[in-house]
Design a binder for this molecule. Structure first.
Ligand code: PMP
Length: 392
């Protein structure tokens, strides 16, 4: 295992080694996290709507735990498929206004399992260069050709669609909101290209589900493009504050996935308490509009504060706010300095982001107050000056 030590040393020298830090939750305060004895403002959670500690969700989860047990005991194809699954899937189809839905264990398994069930050898997947790793892994697993197009570059996508015109099945896949940049995919143009070239379109709404659309349906609904999307994917681990993932689409799609998606077939069903928590969260996501309103206001404020200070925060307008510093070591030092100032905001480095674009990734939540954000931005500004990220 000497080779491992050598490789790890090289990673450490390039400020690229990662280690697992403990962050405990602070009961009753979803906007904070405990590191050791220190209570810190959590600006790195994907709990966008602040639902992870909602009492009504906790109550139904507790009840399901006591009545249905800790685990589901088997795959959904065996005896793990409780009635609560079907009820949740009906509610999801109703929410998304589509024919059918399927719940899967998490977003990683949904993307990797669904893509590998849809395409195989002789097919091609057109995938944005900045798509999430679970999409990339799904493509690799599928053995289809991987045609990576430059980020949001529709001309490049068209060139690739022409190049692979004769492939059997074609799938275009994109994040709706990109997880490390917070910008949006051009869904209108993607829908037009999908129609022109007879491809399927899959959209990952991990960072937009719950946030956009009148009932939190996601960006596709917000932009009126839901009928152009063949495979609509989202997670319950972020805005929903729980865990798990969904696929929405036609009855035929869901029937196909029930037969072909290996993570569904060969893995144990989610625990009943999780399914109960998701079901309650789905009701709250639709009903509690004020959480979305608050999140938009927090996003606007924080983006203006960092933008006006002169930081490079990219081109997005979502609650994911990247503060791009470029160099890995500076990103690590920035994150360390923030922690000393009472803020958790992690450094994101390659290979998660392209070389030379290391950043601090802030993610905002409906539970962040204006006062917390103004105070945080003052501290961020001072650190930026101290580390030379901002010029005086
Ligand atoms: N897609 C995107 C765009 C994501 O950001 C993530 C999570 N980081 C996933 C999928 C995976 O979701 P999960 O955490 O539920 O596995």
């Amino acid at each position: 295992m000497y080779w491992m030590e050598k490789e790890l040393e090289l990673m450490a020298d390039a400020s690229l080694e990662r280690s697992l830090r403990t962050s405990n939750s602070v009961s009753g305060s979803p906007g904070y996290t405990l590191r050791g004895e220190q209570v810190l403002l959590n600006m790195s959670s994907n709990d966008y709507l602040g639902l992870s500690q909602h009492p009504a969700i906790l109550e139904v989860m507790r009840e399901a735990l006591l009545t249905e047990g800790a685990g589901s005991g088997a795959s959904r194809h065996v005896t793990g498929n409780r009635m609560s699954y079907s009820r949740l899937e009906e509610a999801l189809a109703d929410w998304q206004n589509c024919e059918a839905a399927l719940v899967l264990a998490n977003g990683y398994m949904a993307n990797s399992g669904v893509i590998s069930a849809l395409v195989g050898r002789g097919d091609v997947v057109f995938s944005d260069q900045l798509n999430h790793a679970s999409i990339v892994d799904g493509i690799v697993l599928s053995r289809a050709e991987h045609a990576r197009y430059r980020h949001n570059d529709m001309e490049h996508l068209r060139t690739l669609l022409n190049k692979y015109r004769d492939k059997r099945r074609k799938l275009i896949v994109t994040d709706a909101v990109f997880s490390m940049d917070g910008d949006q995919a051009p869904l209108r143009e993607l829908a037009a290209l999908k129609r022109e070239y007879g491809a399927m379109l899959m959209v990952d709404e991990a960072h937009s589900g719950g946030i956009y659309g009148g009932r939190g349906e996601g960006l596709c609904h917000e932009l009126g493009r839901q009928n152009d999307v063949d495979i609509h994917m989202g997670t319950f681990s972020k805005s929903f504050g729980v865990y798990g993932a969904y696929i929405c689409g036609s009855r035929t799609l869901i029937r196909w996935l029930v037969n072909k998606a290996r993570p569904l077939i060969y893995s144990t069903a989610l625990p009943p308490s999780i399914v109960a928590g998701i079901s309650k969260s789905l009701v709250l996501v639709q009903k509690e509009h004020w959480r979305r309103e608050r999140l938009y206001a927090a996003t606007w404020l924080f983006r203006s504060l960092l933008g006006d200070a002169g930081f490079n925060i990219g081109a997005g307008d979502s609650p994911i706010v990247p503060l791009i510093v470029g160099d890995n070591d500076t990103a690590l030092r920035f994150s360390g300095a923030l922690e000393e100032e009472g803020i958790v905001a992690v450094a994101i480095r390659p290979p998660t982001v392209p070389n030379g674009t290391a950043r601090i990734r802030f993610s905002l939540s409906a539970v962040h107050t204006d006062k917390e954000l103004v105070n945080a931005s003052t501290r961020i500004h001072n650190i930026g000056l101290r580390l030379g990220v901002l010029s005086p």
